[in-house]
Design a binder for this molecule. Structure first.
Ligand SMILES: [Zn+2]
Length: 509
């Protein structure tokens, strides 16, 4: 039987540290459940000591998500570790992940500690974590830029203290694949006791080499890879889960290794993470980009039609990309609608189905054919939403080349009807000003991205909006409509609902 490589997903921890990304508890749980379906081995759910929101997120995942290890990050000190355990205690398989830097740069400038002091602190942290759970991971932050002899001493000491996984990160994304592979081989040869634990790597993508470095490490004996969906994370991000997994799978004759990943869940997971974080996936992104399986040149098209493997090394259905020619329209019934959703892999409750179906009918009235991408967008908007305090009732816009853009908006606020009018620099600005007048809310715009869901001028418009509140929290909202302005207003309303939801959940803390 082939040896297993463990997939440690840190989308909810390192991924959530991406600039401009913040997820509420509900969104974290949605992603965690999907990661469980994808069958990752470990979900790193957050850094419990960092903030009450982080703590709650880890706790919710630990309570609810089954069949997977749940890890919480903790610096190498008692209060971090105690707090991590508090958040994790209800998990089926809790893992405490504690870390301290081992490179001289970090020791001198950041920690201001001697090598001996760091070693003692690391050992003590692992012992403390071990008092709570058998499953303890230790990370030597900035391991790749550390003195290899010292790193080996630290790893041997934490292993003796009970660490069951030791992680060797390239924290700053500095390594080259051949070097990193050799580095891992050296550590495996020189750290006493390392043969009894799982060796992990955590590579950053500052030079675009996170996946290459992770695979080089696996080639040299690492058996856990830390990665994120779509490669999101600090700065240029982390190793992309889907690329590591599909690299090992596609070239299994070279590696002779397996992962537990359900590959057909890859595309869906990528979409969910992109939607909820508001981080778009670049078109030419390997495995999950819009263009990853499109063939444009005539020669390529001809080849693929004759024999798929001439220009395609992965069959798109393997990663869950299924496209049918079946298009739904305004005459499609609930049954066909539900069936297509099931085929696309959406599991929805009766109530969610009803809400999505109503929206589908509204959209089918203005757009004749509803393709799979449209359905996905409708679902993103309707079922992945928080409870609606605000609802858009209607929107009228007066605009043109010689008119001052004016918006009149009708909103239901907790079921009560409110209407307002406002002028603006453009129609979207006018609509947003009218919403602000009606609600008394005001947030600053971080970004506004509009995307046509499918081709054609009757395509649905999908607006992804990011706004910042007074406390500098960033929220992402989405709106879908055949009308660009309506989609823009819906995205703003979506954000206000998320803010209300967040305030309510914070009060429970
Ligand atoms: Zn990292």
């Amino acid at each position: 039987m082939s040896e297993r490589v463990y997939i440690f997903d840190t989308t909810l921890r390192d991924g959530e540290q991406s600039p401009g990304v913040s997820l509420n508890i509900r969104e974290k749980l949605q992603i965690a459940h999907q990661l469980a379906r994808l069958n990752v081995d470990v979900i790193e759910a957050g850094f419990p000591f960092a903030s009450p929101g982080d703590f709650k997120g880890v706790q919710a995942v630990a309570r609810e998500v089954r069949g997977v290890s749940v890890a919480g990050l903790a610096r190498a000190n008692a209060s971090d570790i105690d707090r991590a355990w508090e958040a994790l205690r209800e998990a089926e398989q809790p893992r405490i992940h504690t870390f301290i830097a081992t490179s001289d740069i970090h020791l001198q400038h950041k920690l201001r500690m001697s090598r001996e002091a760091v070693l003692e602190t690391a050992v003590e942290a692992v012992r403390r974590a071990k008092g709570y759970t058998a499953d303890v991971e230790f990370s030597a932050e900035d391991a790749f830029r550390s003195d290899p002899d010292y790193l080996c001493r630290v790893l041997a000491a934490v292993i003796a203290a009970g660490a069951t996984t030791v992680n060797i990160p390239d924290t700053v994304g500095y390594a080259m694949p051949d070097e990193f592979g050799a580095f891992i081989a050296h550590v495996l040869d020189h750290a006493p006791g390392i043969e009894n634990v799982v060796v992990s790597v955590h590579c950053h993508n500052d030079l675009g080499l996170a996946v290459a470095n992770s695979l080089a490490a696996v080639r040299n004996g690492a058996r856990q890879v830390e990665c994120t969906v779509n490669g999101i994370g600090e700065r240029a991000g982390n190793a992309a889960l889907e690329e590591v997994v599909m690299g090992l799978f596609t070239r299994r004759e070279k590696y002779g290794l397996i992962t537990g990943i359900q590959c057909e869940e890859i595309y869906r997971t990528s979409k969910l993470v992109s939607t909820l974080t508001g981080m778009p996936v670049q078109f030419n992104k390997a495995i999950v980009g819009k263009n990853a399986f499109l063939h444009e040149s005539g020669i390529h098209q001809d080849g693929v039609l004759k024999e798929r493997t001439t220009y395609e090394i992965i069959c798109p259905t393997v990663v869950g990309i299924t496209r049918s020619n079946l298009v739904l329209g305004k005459h499609s019934g609930r049954h066909a609608f539900r069936q297509r959703l099931t085929e696309l892999g959406f599991e929805v409750s009766e109530e969610e189905l009803n809400r999505a179906f109503v929206r589908f009918k509204e959209l089918a009235d203005s757009k004749k054919q509803i393709a799979d991408e449209d359905l996905e967008a409708i679902l993103d908007e309707t079922i992945r939403q928080v409870p609606a305090t605000y609802e858009l009732d209607y929107l009228h816009i007066f605009s043109g080349t010689t008119v001052k853009p004016t918006a009149v908006i009708g909103l239901l606020i907790d079921g009560e009807f409110v209407q307002e009018a406002a002028c603006g620099n453009g129609p979207v600005d006018a609509a947003y000003k009218a919403i602000e007048k009606a609600t008394g809310c005001k947030y600053s715009l971080v970004s506004y991205v509009i995307d046509a869901v499918t081709g054609g001028t009757d395509a649905l418009a999908n607006v992804t909006l990011k706004m910042r509140d007074e406390e500098h929290r960033v929220y992402t909202g989405r709106g879908v409509s055949a009308d660009v302005l309506e989609a823009s207003a819906r995205a703003y309303v979506n954000i206000m609902n998320k803010i209300v939801y967040d305030e309510k959940t914070r009060k429970h803390e």
